[in-house]
Design a protein around this ligand. Structure first.
Ligand SMILES: [Zn+2]
Ligand SMILES: [Zn+2]
Length: 157
């Protein structure tokens, strides 16, 4: 969804037409703008002048946290599955947990605070949408593995 910045106020502008996503109308009398989208013009949401706002990328540490969690859990599951005790149960448990990891994988969303603040990029659970990653379901999946696999972090509880 495209955004327009007016000082410290932000507008979002949405249309279902994929060929019509430019959120500002450039001034017909203005200087030619660089290729791609025009960056300045009249906001199509509020009709004031504004600049197209690019939402900054996801914070590096958020992405790293998520990657560390997924890596740890994947290793813990496969380590558990390779042990010999009760292989049928452990095998099915491991398959189920790997499937849950897929369904509840991370996805990037852009959210607005509803008060005109800057839109922000966040990492959410693909399935639970409103939850952060790892979500409650995935934390529950991970919890029993922490006894057998070192490296579990307190913030994943
Ligand atoms: Zn606007
Ligand atoms: Zn979830």
């Amino acid at each position: 969804m495209p955004f327009v910045q007016h000082g410290d106020r932000f507008c979002s502008w949405y249309t279902s037409d994929p060929a019509d996503q430019i959120p500002v109308t450039p001034d017909w009398w203005g200087p030619p703008q660089e290729s791609g989208w025009p960056h300045l013009g009249e906001c199509r949401a509020c009709h004031e002048r504004g600049a197209v706002y690019e939402v900054p990328p996801l914070a590096v540490d958020v992405r790293e946290q998520a990657a560390a969690f997924a890596r740890w859990l994947r290793e813990a599951i496969s380590d558990r599955a390779s042990r010999r005790e009760d292989p049928a149960f452990v095998g099915h448990r491991a398959d189920a947990d790997v499937a849950l990891m897929g369904w509840h994988g991370p996805t990037e969303l852009i959210v607005m605070d509803g008060r005109g603040g800057a839109p922000e990029r966040v990492l959410r659970c693909r399935e639970c949408k409103s939850a952060s990653y790892p979500c409650r379901t995935l934390r529950m999946v991970a919890a029993p593995y922490r006894f057998g696999s070192p490296g579990h972090r307190e913030e994943w509880l």
